[in-house]
Design a protein around this ligand. Structure first.
Ligand code: SF4
Ligand code: SF4
Length: 179
């Protein structure tokens, strides 16, 4: 079997090349060209003046969590613990409580999410059978300067919440992707 040999010329090892001067000059010329192009034409500038200017988030962007309401204004969550069980970061803490009328589903007396520990995977939203927790608040998780402020409790999560489009009993008619 014939063996093909490809000859690769040796690199230019002249003193001029080994001094790096030509390559440094070439790099500087590319950088300068781009700098002046951005300075005078603002063409292809991808940075924005955040926070004065904000980008529109995509429809499915996962932002801060929120808890949804039932038709009667109560929190939809029934403290089933599906979300906290599914959470890979173990950052949801729920304490379930019973209504006086035990025929009514449970509710979360305590519902806290550690937003600093959250990895924004969305598993909690996927796991919830009641459309009780969502991440479509459109608010991205901001920096926290004190550790305690990263814990979002039930009132904070409800403040971002809203009425669910799901009907009681799990009927999701009218929700995109559900029939
Ligand atoms: S988004 Fe993921 S990490 Fe964050 S609370 Fe939900 S399940 Fe946990
Ligand atoms: S938010 Fe949903 S999954 Fe989590 S405990 Fe409440 S009902 Fe269950």
């Amino acid at each position: 079997m014939a063996v093909t040999v490809t000859k690769i010329p040796r690199p230019d090892r002249s003193l001029w090349v080994q001094s790096y001067v030509p390559e440094v000059m070439r790099g500087l010329s590319i950088t300068s060209k781009q700098f002046f192009k951005n300075l005078f034409t603002k063409k292809d500038v991808v940075t924005i003046q955040y926070p004065e200017v904000k980008r529109d988030y995509p429809e499915r962007y996962r932002g801060l969590h929120r808890l949804m309401y039932r038709d009667d204004g109560q929190v939809r969550c029934v403290a089933c613990m599906c979300c906290s069980t599914a959470c890979p970061a173990n950052c949801i803490h729920i304490e379930a409580a019973e209504h006086d009328d035990t025929s009514i589903e449970k509710y979360p007396a305590v519902f806290v999410i550690d937003e600093l520990r959250c990895i924004v995977c969305g598993m909690c939203v996927e796991a919830c059978p009641c459309d009780a927790i969502r991440m479509d608040s459109g608010i991205h998780t901001h920096p926290f300067y004190e550790r305690d402020t990263a814990f979002f409790d039930k009132p904070a999560l409800l403040e971002l919440g809203g009425p669910s489009v799901a009907h009681q009993g799990g009927d999701m008619k009218g929700v995109q992707g559900h029939h």
